[in-house]
Each structure stands twice: as C-alpha cells, then as structure tokens.
Design a protein around this ligand. Structure first.
Ligand SMILES: *Cc1c(COP(=O)(O)O)cnc(C)c1O
Length: 268
C-alpha cells in the first residue's frame, strides 16, 4: 500500500465522527452569526458563511457539501483546481462517502479564492471560481480581464478589492488611500465586476483592533457607493475569520471566511 492509499484509508475511517463534529460546528457558527445579526439589527440572510477548507481533506469538503453548504474557500489555486476535480468526479459517478446516507446528495461547490493570487495562475482559476477576494493590483485585475475574454466566459468575473486596513507592512492589500483610484480604473475593464471589498484584521485577541479594521472597510465601502464609482453589483463586505467573524458581522460583513472554527477540535 502506498502512502497515499494509507492517508485515504485513515481519512475515510474518520468520516462518521468527523461528520458529526462538522455538523455541530456548522450549526454553532451559524447560530453565532444569527446572534451577531440580532445584536446589530441585521437580517441573517444578508450574511454568507464561506467554509475555508484549505487545511482539510477533500472528504471533509464533500461532507459539508452533503449538508447543503455550497460556499467554500481556498487560498491556493492548485488546491482548488484539484479538489474541485475530485469532488465533481465523485458527484458525477455518485461515489458515496463512507458513512453517508444514500439520500445525502452533495450540492455543487461555489468556490471563493481568498488567498494571494499570482497572475500566472489566473487562467487555471477562472473556469471554476465564483468570487476572487484578493485582487490588490491593477495588473492582476487586467490579467483577469484579458483572460476572461480569451476564455470566452459568459459572465463578468466577480472580484473583491483587498484592502490593508490594519496597515501592517507585511500584509497584502491596497493602501486605504489607494482604493478609490483603483476602483475607478478597474471599473473600466469590461470583463470584471467589483463585487465588494475584502480585508483581514491582524491576528489578535483584541476585538477592538479587529472592529477598527472592519469599520474602516465599511467606511471606504460607503464612500465608494456614495461617489457611485462602482456598479450595482458592488454590495459585499468580505471580512471576518474564526477569531473575529462575530465582530465583522456587527460591523456589516456580508461574507465571512471561517476555517478553524468549523474544522478544528476546540470549544468556542
Ligand atoms: C485561512 C484564511 C481564513 C480562515 O481562517 P480561520 O482562522 O481558519 O478561520 C480566512 N481568510 C483568509 C484570507 C485566509 O487565508
């Protein structure tokens, strides 16, 4: 038996327990989102949970698709492409997961690219991705635009401008002061649609720091809307991860990107 087979066996053996745990975590995170919505007088239907699957086995992604949860996020193109192919094949050939009931038909994945994106990966990404959260340069937006034309995609590509609201030096994302000018230029590209803005708060337990970043993103969003720089598709705030998604929802997030709170063993 190869190492690969070994890994597969172990992953399969894990599944029934894992399935229960993920179902519990999914419910817990959704309840927390609903509570945050109630606190801030928002409609929970306005907030899309994206399950960030970058650290888990493909079987785990299939398990959450079987729960009817379609929105999944990856930070690397290669992984997304491979996993998408494996999942699609399993769905097509009706290969059931061990421990899954026959009526558990998985939904098709809706992929979100959330990690830093290199221009030479765009071509592989575009045919499968629904939202790209991490656009932070005009050159990248232009590459997406020309590649979309070359591939003859039916719809515009939904992109987010990533903003470095915490102004940490090492972080990706546009400087706060550069967002409006960038949005104006990207809006001239016929094959992309700016769906919204995205940010990452610093890794910290300090909720006020996170809140500041999210409030800042929301301000920029309102400014751009006020100046009518972007079209009607401009309506999303992608912000909040496991450490801070509740704060993000209170500050107006319409998409939260949650990984470890769904997939790691821990009490929340
Ligand atoms: C990994 C990642 C997440 C999810 O992080 P967790 O702390 O596991 O919830 C969200 N957004 C981005 C951009 C990521 O890379």
């Amino acid at each position: 038996m190869t190492d690969m087979d070994n890994t597969r066996e172990r992953a399969s053996a894990m599944i029934p327990d894992l399935r229960d745990k993920i179902e519990r975590n999914l419910k817990k995170v959704k309840d927390n989102i609903a509570d945050a919505c109630a606190r801030s007088h928002r409609d929970p239907d306005e907030v899309q949970l994206i399950a960030v699957t970058k650290t888990v086995d493909t079987n785990v992604i299939r398990a959450i698709l079987e729960f009817g949860h379609a929105h999944v996020g990856e930070s690397r193109v290669q992984e997304m492409v491979q996993r998408n192919a494996m999942i699609k094949e399993a769905i097509q050939r009706r290969i059931a997961l061990p421990g899954s009931a026959p009526e558990n038909r998985p939904v098709a994945p809706i992929w979100h690219m959330i990690g830093h994106l290199q221009r030479n990966k765009v071509r592989q990404l575009l045919p499968i991705v629904k939202y790209i959260h991490s656009v932070d340069s005009l050159r990248l937006a232009e590459e997406i635009n020309t590649t979309a034309a070359r591939l003859g995609l039916n719809d515009k590509v939904n992109i987010f401008l990533q903003v470095n609201t915490s102004q940490e030096r090492q972080k990706y994302g546009l400087a706060v002061g550069a967002v409006a000018a960038m949005a104006e230029q990207v809006e001239t590209l016929p094959n992309v649609r700016i769906a919204g803005l995205m940010t990452m708060a610093p890794l910290t337990e300090d909720k006020d720091v996170c809140r500041f970043c999210f409030a800042r993103l929301r301000e920029i969003f309102e400014e751009l809307r006020g100046e009518k720089i972007c079209g009607p598709g401009f309506r999303h705030l992608s912000m909040g991860m496991s450490q801070d998604y509740e704060v993000a929802v209170e500050e107006g997030a319409t998409m939260v990107r949650v990984g470890s709170a769904l997939f790691e063993n821990r009490d929340q």
